[in-house]
Design a protein around this ligand. Structure first.
Ligand SMILES: *[C@@H]1O[C@H](CO)[C@@H](O)[C@H](O)[C@H]1NC(C)=O
Length: 400
């Protein structure tokens, strides 16, 4: 009897594996597996890659789409995009022309720059630290991305283009690092024409969905990250990323699993996702993060206070001269800011956006996406993202 059951289970497993292998040979989206440079070239837009060195020795890549397929001589205003957690510049171009916000702005006459934060696929480089060996390379949280990376990009863009001000577009973590920059180096705020905040992440208390419950156990996650002594997490070649790339395509038997586990984090609805495009969207994502970055985000969710990384009492005393990590002084973030948010975003709840709106001194617009189902991921990947969101975003940018 037992033997029979075991044989049956084995037969099922073998069949599933065979079907999955067979499915993986089916033609995926023709652009699946391409990187940002190959994709933009396929779309027949020019793409450049520049390297920028930060004050603490990181060598970051920034991608640029300087103009459209036809070279036009007009002087273009630069726009700096900063991506979300474990994402990269690629997430801003994946949807392609006439759809991705980056291409819409190129077509409107802007000079688009797409930053890659330290530690992500295109920014794993340092003057003397080796990301594959040196733990020290990964000793950073959101604090350093805001304090070093973003201003390095802004300075570099000014230097190359001669422009003394630019637009900034941040998505999720890409907004957090802007708020950090404004608090730490407020002199940069006068260089910003308008900051477009897609799913603004400053106060993270009480996220909906499983994260809201799991955060109570964040000590276990910290402990897990510590005992395994990971250098980095969710990098492009990690096991989890490879697994996501495998199941996140329309032919996988497990595509529902892909949709469920990513959307459990972002807001439970995937009516706005185009399954045919999943294999493109996941070709370059996740793109990596540091364990300290993960812990920092967990701290922000847990405390609800927008503050620096918490090293623990003793180390905090040494670094900050106080036991608790100091809160960021966001009153200094006085660039004009447009906030875009949605009610089904499980990462950024509406109450927290309202709190940002009350706290920041120069909020010029607050726009709620007019679709109940719109989730955190939809800000960059929704099928109808142009009608629901980007048309509004572009109109606002054109005013500044
Ligand atoms: C979904 O993606 C495919 C492939 O890119 C495209 O042909 C199709 O038009 C898309 N569907 C919608 C509803 O956007």
């Amino acid at each position: 009897m037992i033997n029979k059951n075991i044989s049956f289970v084995c037969a099922v497993v073998v069949s599933v594996v065979l079907v999955e292998i067979f499915n993986s040979t089916k033609p995926k989206h023709p652009y699946a597996g391409l990187n940002i440079e190959q994709l933009v070239t396929k779309y027949e837009y020019p793409i450049e890659k520049h390297e920028v060195e930060t004050d603490d020795g990181y060598i970051l890549s920034i991608h640029r789409i300087p103009h459209g397929p036809e070279k036009t001589p007009t002087k273009r205003t630069p726009v700096l995009f900063m991506h979300g957690f474990t994402q990269s510049a690629t997430d801003f171009i994946n949807l392609g022309p006439n759809k991705a916000l980056s291409f819409l702005l190129v077509d409107k006459g802007y000079d688009v720059w797409l930053g890659n934060a330290r530690g992500t696929t295109w920014s794993r480089k340092h003057k003397f630290l080796n990301p594959n060996k040196d733990k020290q390379f990964w000793d950073y949280s959101l604090d350093e991305i805001g304090y070093y990376d973003v201003p390095a990009f802004i300075d570099y863009i000014s230097e190359v283009t001669g422009a003394d001000s630019l637009h900034y577009v941040g998505y999720s973590q890409g907004t957090t690092v802007f708020f950090i920059l404004g608090s730490d180096k407020p002199e940069y705020m006068k260089k910003i024409k308008l900051m477009t905040a897609l799913a603004p992440a400053m106060f993270l208390k009480d996220p909906a969905g499983p994260v809201g419950v799991l955060i109570r156990f964040r000590m276990i996650m910290d402990w897990f990250l510590d005992i395994f002594n990971f250098l980095d997490v969710l990098s492009e070649n990690s096991f989890i990323s490879s697994y996501l790339r495998h199941i996140c395509n329309e032919h996988s038997l497990f595509v529902e699993l892909c949709l469920h586990h990513t959307f459990l984090l972002h807001g439970y609805s995937y009516e706005q996702i185009n399954k045919t495009e999943l294999s493109v969207l996941y070709s370059n994502t996740p793109a990596g993060a540091s364990p300290r970055q993960v812990k920092h985000i967990a701290q922000l969710i847990d405390s609800g206070v927008f503050s620096r990384y918490d090293f623990g009492k003793e180390e905090n005393l040494r670094k900050y001269g106080q036991k608790r990590p100091p809160a960021y002084d966001v009153l200094k973030v006085n660039a004009p800011i447009a906030l875009y948010y949605s009610s089904n975003d499980w990462v950024i709840n509406v109450k927290n956006v309202e709190k940002i709106s009350r706290t920041l001194p120069n909020v010029v617009k607050s726009y709620k996406v007019p679709l109940e189902a719109f989730n955190h991921n939809d800000f960059i990947y929704a099928k109808n993202v142009v009608d629901l969101l980007y048309a509004e975003v572009v109109n606002e940018i054109l005013k500044y």
